[in-house]
Design a protein around this ligand. Sequence first.
Ligand code: PHB
Length: 393
Amino acid sequence: MKFTCTAALTGLASLFCTQMAAADDIDVGVLLPFSGVYAALGNEIEAGFTLGLETFGSDLDVEIVLHREDTEVTPATGLTRARRLILQDDVDVMVGIVSSGVLGAIRDIVHGAEVPLIVANAGNDEATGADCSPYITRVSFSNSQVNRPMGTWMADQGIGTVYTLAPDYAAGRQMIDAFTAAYTAAGGTVVGSDFTPFQQTQDFGPYIAQAQASGAEALYVFYAGGEAISFVNQYDSFGAAEGLPLYGSGFLTSQLYVNAEGESADGIVTALHYVPTIDSPENAAFVEAFQAANDRLPSEFAVQGYDAARALIEALSTGANDRESIATALRQVSFTGPRGLLSIDPVTNNLIQPIYVYETVTGTDGMTQTVLAELPAEADPANGCAMPSVVSN
Ligand code: PHB
């Protein structure tokens, strides 16, 4: 396998760029945020994807041409860029999407144009629920999947009341809804909830003060990227940790930026589908290779990119070579990767994977993660998904 690209790739990937591609190439659209609050996430997914192509693609007798587009964190931009990849670049498959809002915006063109999309982050529940499509396969997580287990787990720990906060967009709403449903079903009470303007909130102080005033036993939040760093630092400087311990979905304390949060993150308990301290041979090999290539530990975003590449290579290895056959093959991939055994739920095309509850602690070499519980893999409910079949041309 050889890589080429149609737009300048950064870092390691640029080593693989050549000028022109042969006629029977596989054209892959890479749709990620390279600017905006999730830019670091986009770069990290790309680093994992590049490593995955190198690691798993060496025996593949096909040239992969990457077409790279910046979605920003803006649904309208994501839609324009997806249209370009589908209609102008005529890609065979697309990979990426970080924001649930962007995934919601491009869902109809992906489904309508019958172009397979490997979702490498965006957790939008609808994309593997009521808006599911045989062309949308998720190798990341769903918003429900990483929050539902924490609702049950926190109630089981005897935490009786919680206040919730999240950014006001699809992912924030879905994550808090999933947490709240599981937490209240297990006997907990959500005493208050608020949503902060997405990409516009610099000062979380008033929201944290409101959570403190609610008298809740704990605070549960979703924040990611730059917003997570600001939130955790401000929560700490408010002295909120004293009476209001912080919990959340694990993007809050992602390996990608937990060292920018520093000791402000110490003691925060969250849940996620991947932490770099998972003790398995597959993870050890991945951590070593990612560190060698990037000089840092990998995060969940890196593993999502890495597994997206592996899923693509596995699909292409079956001989799939056009939109329809790639879509069909992607739905059947299954492998044991750095985060454990992964398989695609044929009912929804969502990933089935274990979830890890972890505490962020201060280590000898920066912040690190102690796994408190590995919760068994379970499929999300179908959430209204009536999976249409792949259309044969
Ligand atoms: C999302 O919008 O679905 C999203 C974004 C960033 C994350 C997780 C989910 O870290």
